[in-house]
Design a binder for this molecule. Structure first.
Ligand SMILES: [Mg+2]
Length: 392
């Protein structure tokens, strides 16, 4: 399943694409479980336990009777998918509409397969409306100051993680904050969050700093943090506290008073789920309506809804709605090292993704080398499919 250079990338007409997809029938649906490897052991966030060195991810591989194939992350059972053996690819996937509802557990696998059949990168197949070079941040800057527990490294531990990702090409870091929620006494945790932020700003003056509290702060605690890092030029503030209109209004006031121009990112955390899939996948209507109401008042700038809870096909179709509301996207995608690359195709295909969450590392049996990071931007390659090669 190596990559074939996409020499011409001629886009077939809609009818020609449909004909090409209809010529293939699904012959095999296999599952693979593959170990992910981060370049280091990743620590805790405000609410969780250490992430470690990477987990096992599940994939599906589709192969057609004509020998075409596609693969992507997919968490599904055999019972849900084996019924599609023998089906025409063109009956399950349409270039404009995406995958039909029934095969949504294999949504991304169908994008890889269809794009491989058409000889196109996924981003080109879905419209190429966005840039092919998209800013990317390291999403792996957790509480590495608290590890290892027997001999915590302090602020230097976080700087070392940033350094490693800087050397890999990243020019933006998302710092997990909220140490005082449960891992440290309140005041000490706040101080460490401030010290870490200031140290990263000082050490990496050319990099963007994003912060993510996983809703672990109260409004007033977060404002205390913000006042102490007001000169650190924060780029993006994610989930500082559980989102609500009054607290976000107050935050905006303080931001404007201290000259903080950061974007506010919300929407990852949810307290409920939709009863049935709809255009925002597994998020409840209540959650989505709340986000849009906050966006309408300019209290939320970036929606960080999860790539796969919404779903790849759904993201394509709701992006215009988000654009209309004046919002940007940066789909949540921790964890699973292939997910930033799927998101890169979404970003280059439909646009409006302000920055991609990066996950340093890779699957032990995959080759991501078609992708590069240049000047802090992830460059989407012109090779068919998602451009990730499965080895072995
Ligand atoms: Mg988050």
């Amino acid at each position: 399943m190596g990559r074939v250079p996409c020499a011409h990338c001629a886009i077939p007409t809609k009818d020609a694409a449909a004909r090409m997809l209809a010529e293939h029938r699904i012959a095999r649906i296999e599952e693979r479980q593959i170990q992910d490897r981060y370049p280091r052991s990743v620590g805790r966030n405000a609410k969780g336990s250490p992430q470690g060195t990477g987990g096992v991810r599940r994939f599906r591989i589709l192969t057609t009777d004509k020998g075409a194939s596609g693969w992507a992350m997919a968490y599904t059972t055999d019972a849900e998918v084996q019924k599609f053996i023998g089906a025409r690819v063109g009956d399950l996937f349409d270039v404009e509409r995406g995958s039909v509802e029934d095969v949504r557990p294999l949504d991304k696998v169908f994008y890889d397969l269809a794009a491989n059949i058409l000889g196109l990168p996924v981003y080109a197949m879905i419209g190429a409306k966005g840039p092919r070079e998209i800013p990317i941040y390291s999403g792996a800057i957790y509480f590495d100051d608290l590890e290892p527990p027997a001999r915590p490294r302090g602020v230097a531990g976080v700087i070392a993680s940033c350094r490693q990702d800087y050397e890999a090409g990243y020019r933006a870091f998302k710092l997990k904050i909220g140490r005082g929620f449960k891992h440290m006494p309140h005041a000490e945790g706040l101080k460490r969050d401030i010290d870490v932020t200031r140290a990263v700003r000082e050490t990496f003056p050319d990099c963007k700093i994003l912060v993510d509290a996983n809703d672990a702060y109260t409004r007033d605690e977060f404002i205390a943090y913000l006042n102490a890092v007001a000169d650190c030029d924060l780029y993006f503030i994610e989930e500082p506290f559980a989102e609500n209109r009054d607290d976000l209004l107050r935050l905006r006031e303080v931001m404007s008073k201290v000259g903080c121009k950061a974007m506010i990112a919300e929407g990852e955390g949810r307290t409920d789920a939709s009863k049935a899939p709809w255009r925002y996948g597994g998020y409840s209507e209540k959650h989505i309506e709340h986000l849009y109401a906050l966006a309408a008042e300019k209290l939320v700038d970036v929606f960080v809804l999860d790539l796969d809870i919404v779903g790849f096909t759904n993201w394509r179709h709701v992006m215009p709605e988000l654009v209309k509301a004046g919002g940007k996207a940066s789909p949540h995608l921790w964890a699973g090292t292939p997910r930033p690359y799927y998101t890169a195709h979404l970003a280059a295909g439909v646009g409006n993704v302000v920055i991609i969450e990066g996950i340093p590392g890779r699957l032990v049996q995959a080759d991501y080398s078609a992708f590069t990071i240049s000047n802090g931007n992830l460059v989407v390659p012109d090779v068919p499919g998602f451009g990730l090669a499965l080895k072995g």
